[in-house]
Design a protein around this ligand. Sequence first.
Ligand code: HEC
Length: 132
Amino acid sequence: MVAAPSCRAVCPLALLLLAVLAGGCAPGDDGLASDRAPPAQRERGRLLLAQYQCGSCHVIPHVQAARGRTGPTLAAFGRRSYIAGQVPNGPDPLVRWIVAPAAVVPGTTMPAMGVSPQDARDMAAYLLALER
Ligand code: HEC
């Protein structure tokens, strides 16, 4: 007797396929698989950090001429728990910090650099991806 392929044979395959599709189509959409920003945005951020001369006060890995010592190094900033030791690190607070540091931590010595929120978002994407 020739039966249709049994469910025992087909279902595990179908489940596997579904799992692969679900995992492959939307990495990071849930914010868990990857909290990294897209590479193009990070690259924009890297160039903006150089343009705004953040590196006159900060060491920033792979950013041109970023060897300043006035501010803390931004190496491995993606692994930092706090911004300026006070505010939990993350994309939104970091954008606010870059746009207007004193609005986030009153009395901070980091100056506002005239950065637009859009540019700050790209810079934050780069900084938060720095693991060393
Ligand atoms: C004139 C010097 C100066 C410039 C220019 C400067 N910063 Fe800073 N930055 C500082 C100082 C000083 C601190 C430490 C502030 C504090 O702890 O209150 C700081 C802190 C930071 C921090 C938090 C670091 C930490 O260890 O928590 C980030 C992120 C940062 N700056 C990003 C930037 C970016 C992005 C730019 C360019 C748009 C920039 N900075 C330009 C002086 C500067």
